[in-house]
Design a protein around this ligand. Structure first.
Ligand code: HEM
Length: 449
């Protein structure tokens, strides 16, 4: 066994070197040169938005600079004194596992959103974190996914697609309304004026996770959205209590816990938890659904096989197509953490790297999912991968609270579309994802038959 293993490892490593060199000397420069825009900076920016380009750049880093430390500060939204890029699968996992050394940074902005308190994604591994997550796991139970959430998403997605005559603009007409309905009908947070939850949640998400440069206009829009969202949640709590209604939804269960005197479940605690969950749920599911669909449309054979799985009623196989498609362009290509002390990544290996305190460490989950040292044939579209190969919504302590919702809802949103015969992009720009100067899809038109 030892000799074949040695040969396989050698071949994989030689291929990594070949692919890294091809990316650096050929694919990346060609992509920049042929990108839209005038001037190198504009072209590089345009090329950088393409997930294929990102994956090629990462091939080079994985092969030659797997843990790169830069003096360059990672924006001003969260204090830091430099940036580290972590690209190998093992090292990404290491960063996300070592919570005491690599801390979450979101606390100040979480407090700005809630109007005072922290939300558990902004907390370190503390007793308060355990209390809030435990409370919300009692309110939002895993068996709700099959009993309530998936049927809700499936029925609504089927209806929204069935109402259309062969053409749909996916974000406003499908992928945003479905998670919004989850917030209103399952979380029990009602009362927002038309479509406002989608806009508010998207702005708050940008403020927390993508507004790295702390843009003043976005910041004030996001904080206004947060204030409006807080008022609506307060009103929903007050209305439910005043009505005496005992509905078995997330809000209803929070109020049962409040009545039982559980710590952290006063009205303010419930509001803080619900606002975090609203932010987590709406723009994420929409963007992930759009990007998975976009990747499927780029691969006619995979699209045909997904369509066949949907027709055969093979939901597990259909879902495997969706998650594999999302692997090629996940919602977030990276997760950031800040070094809480001087430390080291990959200690004891040739790629060991010292990380000074306060460095922003970018754990590149996109790169981890394409690391040939861990993932078999990473560039192939395969529907038989073990679930552990995927890092689509975080990893470790702060791994996505909605993970089981995502696994059910993303396929439920996409199935009624993919099953339509002749599904294709609309002609021209309409058939490409339009982010409208935001990090989230605003328009993406597809047609069928
Ligand atoms: C496809 C859709 C989604 C994606 C891609 C996604 C992505 C992520 C990622 C990457 C993280 C980790 C952040 C970090 O470690 O810094 C995370 C955490 C989280 N997500 Fe999601 N998410 C999705 C849907 C949802 C939904 C539906 C909810 C609510 C039901 C939700 C609520 C949360 C919460 C509360 C956390 C923090 C967990 C903790 O701190 O323990 N997400 N998500």
């Amino acid at each position: 066994m030892a000799l074949p293993n040695f040969v396989t490892v050698l071949v994989v490593r030689l291929r990594m070197i070949r692919d890294g060199l091809a990316a650096f000397f050929y694919q990346v420069p060609v992509a920049i040169f042929t990108a839209k825009g005038s001037g190198l900076k504009a072209k590089a920016k345009a090329a950088g938005r393409d997930p294929l380009f990102q994956r090629r750049v990462l091939r080079f880093f994985r092969a030659f600079l797997p843990n790169l430390l830069l003096r360059y500060k990672f924006g001003s939204a969260y204090p830091n004194n430099g940036t580290a890029l972590v690209t190998r699968h093992d090292d990404v996992i290491e960063v996300l596992d070592r919570n005491a050394d690599f801390e979450v940074v979101y606390e100040p902005r979480m407090r700005a959103i809630t109007g005072g308190e922290n939300f558990f994604l902004g907390m370190q591994d503390t007793a308060l974190y355990a209390r809030d997550v435990s409370n919300m796991r009692l309110a939002m139970r895993r068996d709700d996914v099959a009993a309530t959430v998936e049927p809700l998403a499936r029925r609504l997605a089927q209806k929204l697609v069935a109402e259309k005559a062969g053409r749909i603009d996916v974000p406003p007409e499908l992928s945003l309304p479905v998670p919004t309905a989850i917030v209103t009908d399952y979380f029990g947070v009602t009362g927002a004026p038309d479509n406002k939850f989608m806009d508010w949640a998207t702005l708050m998400f940008e403020y927390l996770f993508t507004d790295i440069r702390a843009e003043p206009v976005l910041d004030s829009d996001a904080l206004n959205a947060a204030a409006d969202c807080r008022s609506v949640i307060d009103a929903a709590i007050a209305k439910r209590k005043a009505s005496g209604e005992t509905k078995d939804d997330v809000l209803g269960r929070c109020l049962v816990m409040q009545a039982a005197g559980l710590p952290g479940m006063d009205d303010l605690g419930i509001r803080n938890n619900l606002i975090g969950l609203v932010i987590g749920a709406i723009p994420t599911i929409s963007k992930a659904a759009v990007q998975a669909l976009d990747q499927l449309l780029d691969r006619p054979a995979a699209l045909a096989s997904a369509e066949q799985a949907a027709r055969d009623g093979n939901d597990a196989l259909f879902a495997a197509h969706v998650f594999e498609a999302l692997r090629f362009n996940p919602l977030n290509p990276l997760i950031f953490r800040r070094a809480a002390r001087d430390t080291k990544i990959a200690a004891g290996s040739f790629r060991a790297r010292r990380i000074p305190k306060d460095t922003m460490v970018l754990a590149l989950n996109l790169s981890a999912m394409f690391d040939p040292l861990k993932i078999e044939a990473p560039e192939s579209f395969r529907t038989d991968r073990p679930w552990g190969d995927y890092m689509l919504w975080g990893y470790g302590l702060h791994g996505c609270f909605g993970a089981y919702i995502n696994r059910a809802v993303l396929p439920a949103i996409l199935k009624p579309l993919v099953i339509r015969p002749g599904l294709r992009r609309a002609a021209g720009e309409a058939g490409q994802i339009d982010m409208g100067r935001t990090p989230f899809p605003k328009h993406f038109v597809v047609e069928w038959a």
